[in-house]
Design a protein around this ligand. Structure first.
Ligand code: GDG
Length: 483
């Protein structure tokens, strides 16, 4: 088995300074880490990434944080300017909104692109320093789309057996992607990988459409499941690999004594009520205001819901340094205030709102206790919360309301209640449908969704990606062990 090298913008934990020589280590929250960490822990390998602090990386706290990880950690340092222009700038003010079809949120500041390239080159250098012959290099996500180009500029790929990339977020259609000032340069950079993985068929279709229209020198040969692009005398494979979760660990966690007790407590705090759960990182792509408006609309139009449903909305702080995220939190706060102000009674408060991350036990207890998960992203690469909710429903109860624009909808479509997050009334009607659904129908739907999530789990995802990548493994001279 080839050694696995994971390369992602963030390491699975963040270091933070709390005073002179005082450091805290916080596990990172987010879909990429949730998916990749269990895999690397099981297989071993190396994780290259940024530990979340600008400037010099303190070696002692880093060694402490990674001692029991079960894999090697190679940190990449970013200066404050690089963090601002590469991470907050190009990655999160250009690519993130554009790839989620929110072009009006983009800030196409020219300086950001230079920083993006420069930081991607730093990651390429870290790969060159850490990788050995036959290592399987797996680069993740939208922050690092230029890494293969940077490696080729350094003549490194001749020594690497597979240079692969997976995009965790959606890939936009041509009409949106073509707004990007660096559209050609970015596509050319992506075509320097040997294998490109996307979450869904829709993302692959969008990507191929962009290649056909923007890169006339590239020839796309489409097959059933895997596509091949010929470009600059090379073949690039392109496929969809829907990411999964570590099903067993969620299921077992949900069955544990502590989670069972906590979920019973939670239920007992809201007697006679069905619980509706929303749980997301603070992000405008997750459709949180739309969800709250739908809940408000449902309470306005369906009197029988009042006093009988409680919506628990967990918002995990994220990217709050970006002004748009800060303003966005204000919108959520105001909506929650409005709903609670209008509908609360002396014995019932309709929205329970937590602006903080929950620890794992608490999160699992919420998944287990809530009758309905209400997940309404405007666009989402996959949405792991939907899958985690199913895995934790060990009683096979629970209804899932899911945005049709989440990647997970492609897999869970017949059994999840799909909604358009821009259609507030449809969402309100769907809340009522889930609320009134018979236990037998809920159970039948949940059983099928659980079967799918169990089968297409994170290890299945990794295996299918690595299998596609290993077909590329090139014969390389064995003389040099290190690059
Ligand atoms: C990106 C793509 C794609 C949530 N609340 C808490 C908490 N979480 C964890 C969940 C889940 C993760 O965060 C969120 O994952 P998502 O997939 O929903 O969303 P993104 O972070 O935007 O992830 C996404 C994903 O990458 C993987 O490819 O699915 O489309 O945008 O795992 O459990 N974790 C803890 N406390 C919380 O309160 N500990």
């Amino acid at each position: 088995m080839n050694r696995l090298i994971i390369v992602s913008n963030r390491l699975p934990f963040a270091l933070d300074s709390t005073g002179e020589d005082l450091w805290t280590v916080t596990p990172a929250v987010g879909g990429l880490v949730s998916a990749v960490e269990p895999v690397l822990r099981e297989r071993g390998g190396t994780w290259i990434g940024w530990p979340g602090i600008a400037g010099k990386i303190p070696q002692g706290p880093l060694a402490e944080a990674t001692r029991d990880a079960g894999y090697n950690v190679v940190p990449v340092a970013l200066s404050e300017t690089e963090r601002d222009e590469f991470y907050y700038g190009y990655s999160n003010e250009v690519i993130w909104p554009l790839f989620h079809d929110l072009q009006n949120f983009c800030n196409f500041e020219p300086a950001y692109w230079q920083a993006y390239k420069q930081v991607n080159e730093r990651y390429a250098d870290a790969i060159i320093r850490s990788a050995q012959l036959d290592d399987f290099i797996w680069v993740h996500d939208y922050h690092l789309m230029y890494v293969a180009q940077a490696l080729r500029e350094r003549s490194a790929p001749q020594q690497l057996s597979a240079l692969t990339f997976f995009l965790h977020i959606p890939f936009p259609p041509y009409d949106i992607f073509s707004k990007l000032p660096q559209q050609r340069r970015l596509l050319r950079a992506l075509l320097q990988f040997d294998l490109l993985g996307f979450q869904t068929r829709r993302d692959v279709r969008n990507f191929l459409q962009c290649v056909r229209r923007i890169m006339p020198d590239a020839k796309v040969l489409s097959r059933a499941e895997m596509h091949v692009i010929r470009f600059e005398k090379r073949k690039i494979r392109v496929g969809h690999f829907p990411i999964g979760i570590d099903f067993d660990s969620f299921e077992n966690g949900a069955k544990s004594e502590a989670v069972t007790q906590r979920s019973q407590q939670l239920r007992a705090s809201f007697p006679e009520c069905q619980l509706i759960l929303g749980s997301d990182r603070l992000d405008y792509s997750k459709g949180i205001p739309e969800r709250l408006r739908a809940f408000r609309n449902a309470l306005e139009r369906y009197a029988d819901l009042r006093g009988c449903v409680v919506m628990i909305q967990i918002v995990v702080p994220s990217r709050v340094e970006i002004p748009r995220y800060h303003e966005f939190k204000g919108r959520i706060d105001r909506l929650v205030g409005d709903i609670n102000g209008r509908f609360s009674t002396s014995t019932w408060i309709p929205v329970q709102y937590h602006f903080r991350g929950l620890d794992r036990e608490e999160l699992l207890a919420h998944y287990r206790a809530c009758d309905i998960a209400f997940l309404t992203p405007l666009k989402d690469g996959m949405n792991l919360v939907a899958k985690e909710y199913c895995a934790c429903r060990t009683d096979e109860d629970g209804a899932l309301i899911l945005s049709q624009f989440a990647g997970a909808a492609e897999q869970l479509k017949p059994d999840a209640l799909l909604i358009n997050p821009y259609d507030v009334e449809l969402m309100a009607d769907t809340i009522v449908k889930a609320f009134r659904m018979s236990p037998a129908e809920r159970a039948a739907r949940m059983k099928r969704m659980r079967r799918n999530v169990r089968k297409e789990n994170v290890f299945w995802w990794v295996d299918s990606f690595l299998a596609a990548g290993s077909q590329l493994a090139r014969r390389v001279p064995r003389r040099r062990r290190n690059l």
